[in-house]
Design a protein around this ligand. Sequence first.
Ligand code: ACO
Length: 428
Amino acid sequence: MTEKATLSIDGKQFELDVYTGTENERSIDITNLRSETGCITMDPGFGNTGSCFSSITYVDGAKGILRYRGYPIEEVAEKASFVEIAYLVLYGELPNAEQLTKFSSALREHAPLHSNLRTHFSGFPESAPPMAILSAMLNLVSCFHPEVLKVNVQGEAFDRTAALLLSKVRTIAAWAYRIANGKPINHPNPNLSYCSNFLHMMFSEPYQEYVVSPVIEKALNLFLVLHADHEQNCSTSTVRVVSSSRANLFSSVSAGVCALWGPLHGGANAAVIEMLEEIQQSGRPVTDYINMAKAKNNSFRLMGFGHRVYKNFDPRSKILKKQVHDVLKELNKEDSLLDIAQELEEKTLQDDYFVSRNLYPNVDFYSGILMRAIGIPLNMYTVMFAIGRMPGWISNWRELHEHKQRISRPRQIYTGETTRAYVPLEER
Ligand code: ACO
């Protein structure tokens, strides 16, 4: 780091360090700006703020590049299992056969939930959103394993904590669905793969074991791989902010689930389907909705469009679009919402409002249609995203602790009243 940037303020010049990453992206270090100049920087929504150094995931929004630990998303989406990718994101390298076997058996070992947890699941009302159940149960499950409440980022203690979370999140998610729908829970089957086991826990019925179709298992695997990490997005940043107070892994990812829930982030995958259904039921042309999204006095947005970082295309969306077509074909199914989605995409690609603002379909635009094809109910879509994102959240939690990063504490510019005297009640 030899490069410097010069800032001029109040007639004085200040030199600031410039850091360059391995992909040549650059940042100006403003850590001492306030103590040296009295100024803070202002960047609401952190659109141009680097919050950490990270070696997990690389995104180039202009070129539509996404790589996990250097591996292009297109390649891993086609070839890798979610368990391999989880290992890669967590440990930095693809596992060899022995490492994969060990990791898989740890996931198998941790799949069951403590029997006392049943009572807690039953305490939720039937209408409880599975995202609320997931966030609450993640904290609760940690109470049954006190060792994971300690911050361990190395060795066997970390391995065990990470595998426990990666495995139990899948069981919690499936049980949340079963209980919210008044169905008996299914215990994990140690003979099944990560994805098949989830499908079994979701869909097996008494005396009727769910038969996992290879097409559906492959589609679910791809969905999870595509969501495994995405650098400093809203939920991952939340996980990091919470972790920075030296919070344990389970409380940090439980906060991540809450951040993911919102419709501008992971909740968009369900919001897209609700929007497409509304378009279909209204019988109105898609251009009406496009015009609504463009209107300045209307808060309506096309869900599944736009991205803070991708300004050309979201590579995950391209992969998902192809996968949706392949899966529907292989399952011999049709989905009329896909036609509406494609029409929306085509029309917006020719519309100056969307083109000039670089608004393209994001990961959530086609993922809901894929979830529909594989039989996942709408209120579980964002839960599926959370299961997929777990390796990224765990890895970011670990990296923050390893780097001993300072507690997150942004500053503000105060715009309220200046000092004034207290007015007694009788004088107000
Ligand atoms: N429909 C219509 N207009 C949009 C949309 C949209 N989906 N997204 C952005 N715009 C417009 C904004 O109104 C703004 O217009 P203006 O310059 O005339 O004011 C311009 O495009 C820039 O938008 P911002 O809101 O400033 O972009 P930002 O980076 O803050 O937000 C976000 C990104 C939240 C993804 C936004 O595009 C959006 O709300 N999209 C719909 C929700 C969605 O799909 N979220 C999932 C994102 S992917 C993920 O989180 C996993």
